[in-house]
Design a protein around this ligand. Structure first.
Ligand SMILES: [Zn+2]
Length: 423
């Protein structure tokens, strides 16, 4: 009776105070067990785009963002309390630079600005701490703090300069997604022109320098050839900071089996994205059909509200809501983890939500507070506690430690002199 009562109190506490969503069909006992494992875990999420609203809407991370929207009309998924409810320890913040800057200029400037807003948010909130190493993440878990780490998304942010790359490392950047959706001077993107046949010689030099510095190579968004080129060169584990498995859903943003099969050798981690359109082919198909079907109506709305962007966003959201598409529930995320486990091994699966980088999530997920849904589903499918802890963050910590060892081993040359100045 007593244990039932305390279990019940824990349940009430977790639901009302922390704001997580328990699945409607969940077994309460298994849910409580999942929350216990979740609380114990060092959770490291590979990708969060809240940096956009921090920069463009001056968002303070202490704000209660539930129900708030980004400028473009997508719901906001993150704030400090929601991170706490989701059990976050190590959050990689995306220093995302749009491919448009390849035309307009200003790639490096945008990266610098996002790094600055991230640092300023860390400076003003006691719950946050800046981390750059696996050891610092482990330490933050003990101190009950949330680590913010940084990864550049879009390799053109270095503006073809290894000098800039080295300075980004000094500023705390610990991974770099080699491309975004656009092919650039030294690397081909997924779904764009393949004009470099993968990585150019300079692109390969970038990868080697990233190894030397201890910046993880992120293969989310790159072409398949770039994935393989990076694996051929790198001495450190690679990551996909926010991608699924192509064996489950055939999308170029997901990682194919021939890359998964190389991970045991490399030590890398595929951090599964939570975006329904990458996770499920039916969602992707219905989404693109809807876009085509509503194109004229959206253009008309844009014209009608050309002087009132907020009104346009509202009308566009209403139009989308009136034209729903199929979206699988949160269990779909774990289908991708299952596949990575089957093809590469459990050591190579992680989580890379892409919260605040996507327009909708797998229901009933509402934001970063709902990470326990993934833990619950892994537990329900019979994953052991050890395996769950690995997926939630243990594997990424291991990959970071391996990359740190590679960096230490290559920072000075064999005769003890500092490496030469490289172009
Ligand atoms: Zn992305």
């Amino acid at each position: 009776m007593k244990s039932f009562l305390s279990f019940f109190l824990i349940l009430i506490f977790s639901l009302s105070t922390l704001g997580q969503t328990m699945p409607a069909d969940a077994d309460p006992k298994l849910w409580a067990q999942a929350l216990k494992i979740h609380k114990k875990a060092i959770i490291v999420d590979g990708h969060n785009d809240i940096t956009g609203p921090m920069m463009d809407q001056d968002l303070n991370l202490a704000t209660d963002t539930r129900g708030m929207m980004q400028l473009g009309g997508d719901p906001i998924h993150t704030d400090i309390n929601r991170w706490k409810a989701g059990g976050m320890t190590g959050q990689f913040m995306s220093i995302y630079v749009s491919g448009n800057t390849l035309k307009t200029g200003g790639s490096m400037r945008r990266a610098m600005e996002l790094i600055d807003v991230t640092n300023r948010e860390i400076e003003r909130h006691n719950d946050l701490v800046k981390c750059t190493t696996a050891a610092e993440i482990r330490q933050a878990k003990k101190q009950n703090k949330i680590c913010l780490l940084m990864g550049i998304e879009g390799g053109y942010a270095i503006e073809n300069s290894l000098y800039a790359l080295r300075n980004f490392h000094r500023l705390g950047v610990r991974y770099m997604t080699l491309t975004h959706n656009v092919t650039h001077d030294w690397a081909d993107a997924h779904g764009d022109e393949k004009r470099n046949n993968g990585l150019t010689d300079f692109g390969k030099e970038v990868v080697r320098e990233m190894n030397r510095l201890g910046i993880l190579i992120d293969i989310s968004h790159v072409s398949d050839k770039v994935m393989h080129d990076a694996l051929d060169i790198t001495k450190a584990p690679i990551i996909a900071s926010h991608s699924g498995a192509r064996g489950v859903s055939n999308h170029t943003r997901n990682v194919p089996d021939d890359v998964l099969k190389r991970l045991p050798q490399n030590g890398g981690v595929i951090m599964v994205v939570f975006y329904p359109a990458f996770l499920d082919e039916r969602t992707a198909k219905e989404q693109s059909e809807r876009s085509a079907r509503l194109r004229d109506q959206i253009a008309a709305l844009r014209e009608r509200y050309k002087d009132d962007y907020a009104a346009f966003v509202k009308a566009e959201n209403e139009l989308m809501a009136a034209n729903p598409i199929y979206i699988a529930d949160y269990k779909r995320i774990v289908d991708h983890i299952d596949h990575i486990k089957k093809v590469a091994g459990i050591e190579h699966a992680g989580i890379g939500s892409d919260y605040d980088g996507v327009p909708f999530l797998n229901p009933p997920m509402k934001g970063v507070e709902d990470l326990p849904l993934v833990t619950y589903e892994m537990l329900r499918r019979g994953y052991t506690e050890k395996e769950i802890l690995m997926v939630l963050g243990g594997n990424m910590l291991r990959a970071m430690e391996q990359a740190e060892r590679v960096a230490r081993g290559t920072r000075v040359s064999a005769d003890g002199s500092l490496m030469k100045h490289k172009k």
